[in-house]
Write a protein that binds this ligand. Structure first.
Ligand code: MN3
Length: 247
């Protein structure tokens, strides 16, 4: 335990040293030190590469959108999340899920950028290439669960697309599991249904980014067209995996 504390202290000092060199003024550094070193320490979150090529989702989602979305937008959330965790006081952090459970204990920048990091990581994993000209429909448990909860696949897709289309401004549409029940909902900004501040809670098993940056280059203002195209690249195998884990 002592070793761990020493390690934490050293790492914190190192991290403050780096901050002093790169990011913050002497005044800010003093304020940070006053917060207590251990609370400042966190291991940096990192951005994983996309699990497929940038052009894998063509023609439904274009290469340039994927490049900007992953390399600029998602990277921005990761960078700003690390910065926020290094410069604000907060409880010890071991995972994004821990942060979300106790959201009000963290700075707004942690909420926005932590949500951004989690939501995008999930979003990339929930898509896959589709070069076949045939409907991309779910099978297995998730197909049964969708029929049981919404009556039919068409009705589910209609309700989910509505949740995305009607989300005013920027946000996300979700299919979540709560108490073994499937639920469709949406959240503003980079919020998600794991956050303690979320009105609707549950474990996300399908996520759709409806921020303009997700579709504007190819679909301009036509969010509904983007959603219609997006169904072609949903990775239902991954949705089934997440459903099995959530139950
Ligand atoms: Mn996005």
């Amino acid at each position: 335990m002592t070793e761990r504390r020493d390690f934490l202290k050293k790492s914190a000092l190192f991290s403050i040293g780096s901050l002093a060199a790169n990011l913050v003024s002497a005044e800010k550094l003093q304020a940070i030190e006053a917060l207590g070193k251990e609370e400042l320490f966190t291991e940096d979150f990192t951005l994983a590469p996309l699990p497929y090529a940038y052009d894998a989702l063509e023609p439904f989602i274009d290469k340039q959108t994927m490049e900007l979305h992953h390399d600029k937008h998602h990277q921005g959330y990761v960078t700003n999340l690390n910065k926020a965790l290094q410069t604000t006081k907060h409880p010890a952090v071991t995972s994004l899920e821990d942060i979300f459970k106790n959201m009000t204990a963290f700075d707004t920048a942690v909420r926005n950028n932590g949500g951004g990091h989690y939501n995008h990581t999930l979003f990339w994993s929930l898509m896959k290439e589709n070069k076949e000209a045939k409907p991309n429909n779910p099978d297995g448990k998730v197909a049964d669960a969708i029929n049981a909860s919404f009556g039919s696949l068409d009705e589910f897709k209609k309700q989910f697309a509505d949740a995305g289309a009607k989300r005013f401004g920027s946000g996300w549409a979700w299919l979540v599991v709560e108490n073994k029940k499937l639920k469709i909902t949406s959240t503003p900004n980079q919020d998600n249904t794991l956050m303690s501040i979320s009105e609707v809670k549950g474990t996300p098993i399908l996520a759709l980014d409806v921020w303009e940056h997700a579709y504007y280059l190819k679909y301009q203002n036509k969010r509904a067209d983007y959603i219609t195209a997006w169904w072609n690249v949903v990775n239902w195998t991954k949705v089934n995996e997440l459903l099995a884990k959530a139950e």
